[in-house]
Design a protein around this ligand. Structure first.
Ligand code: HEC
Ligand code: HEC
Length: 297
């Protein structure tokens, strides 16, 4: 709805323009009448010696077309509205049309989703049609980060494998999608000297079975036990409640090369999975969770 200033602004300009057009039409007619006395009807403008501009009245049919457009304007405004906030007789409005179209779409959707709503999670994960819809939803909403094949990329977890930051129960995956996730790997080594950090990097490498210098790793373990076990556990198996990745396997979110591990330690990491609560309906999020889980199961 328009504020009362803009309402009157529109009303006055619209009515004035129409009335002004009407007046203009009548005025031009007036001119031609006035010139009736002038036998030739000439305006007095002459070009190329004998090319004379005449001032004849508009043809009647043409003039009437103009009147018809004015009548049309009034009929249109009466039926559909157009004068600021004054609604039309037919009750049409942009909002109304938008809502009607949205409702129609919702009805079609309801028919599709009500079938899925009756299925339990296991059945949904195994349903080919549901997964095809899930795949389309994934391509539109998730693939820019997780990849169109859901294999992820550096910083964006692979959703096809059996390694989960937060867990693979249906409810957990649903929660990841609904509320999003904020991974928080703090910077804890700021006060350590470079050798101590190198030792720690070597120890993290050794956890995942990479070749590592035993003496350096032993030093690194002491630092690890002091600063890291609270989240990554003493054996490096991680903590799904915190989204702290398992470090004793060869699956990496940010990379397992010494340089990548060092960057993780020095800069910290803050993976951000957006929340889809307000972006996708619960039906859609459930189809996505089922699709994602069907990839690894
Ligand atoms: C802007 C990039 C981005 C988009 C878009 C995105 N994600 Fe994520 N997602 C992430 C990141 C980053 C993480 C890891 C968060 C962390 O580091 O703690 C994640 C984590 C997840 C997890 C948890 C994985 C685990 O191992 O526990 C699931 C499940 C998931 N995303 C599904 C989806 C789905 C489904 C969509 C589409 C609706 C989606 N994501 C869209 C970036 C994104
Ligand atoms: C407060 C909990 C917490 C502590 C303490 C912590 N981390 Fe982390 N760590 C995390 C989280 C959460 C992530 C995942 C970050 C993300 O999802 O963006 C992570 C990620 C990592 C990664 C990246 C793993 C990968 O797959 O790429 C490494 C390596 C790592 N941490 C090592 C350490 C070391 C070494 C320490 C001790 C100095 C440590 N972390 C202390 C929570 C913690």
């Amino acid at each position: 709805m328009l504020s009362s200033f803009w309402h009157w602004y529109v009303v006055i300009i619209t009515v004035f323009t129409i009335l002004a057009s009407l007046w203009l039409l009548r005025w031009t007619k007036g001119i031609s009448n006035r010139d009736k006395d002038n036998e030739t009807g000439s305006t007095g403008h002459v070009w190329d010696e004998d090319l004379v501009e005449l001032n004849n009245p508009l043809p009647r049919w043409w003039l009437q077309l103009f009147y018809i457009t004015i009548i049309f304007a009034f009929v249109y405004m009466f039926l559909f509205g157009g004068l600021g906030n004054i609604g039309g007789y037919l009750g049409w409005s942009q909002e109304g049309q938008y809502e009607a179209e949205m409702n129609a779409a919702a009805e079609v959707e309801e028919a599709i989703f009500s079938r899925y709503r009756e299925m339990d999670n296991e059945t949904l994960m195994a349903d080919a049609e549901a997964n095809a819809t899930g795949q389309r939803l994934f391509a539109n909403n998730c693939s820019m980060c997780h990849g169109s094949d859901a294999r992820g990329a550096r910083g964006f977890p692979n959703l096809r494998d059996d390694d989960w930051l937060y867990g693979d129960s249906f409810d957990t995956v649903m929660q990841s999608i609904t509320d999003g996730r904020q991974g928080a790997m703090p910077v804890l080594v700021g006060h350590l000297d470079d050798n101590a950090i190198s030792d720690l990097v070597v120890y993290v490498q050794s956890l995942s079975g990479q070749k590592a210098d035993a003496a350096m790793a032993a030093n690194g373990k002491q630092t690890f036990d002091m600063f890291c076990v609270a989240c990554h556990m003493p054996d490096g198996s991680g903590n799904q409640a915190l989204g702290a990745p398992r470090l004793n396997d060869d699956i990496w979110l940010y990379g397992g090369e010494p340089e990548a591990i060092r960057t993780t330690l020095i800069q910290g990491r803050n993976g951000n999975m957006p929340a889809y609560k307000d972006l996708l309906s619960e039906d859609r999020r459930r189809l996505l969770a089922a699709y994602v889980l069907s990839l690894s199961k």
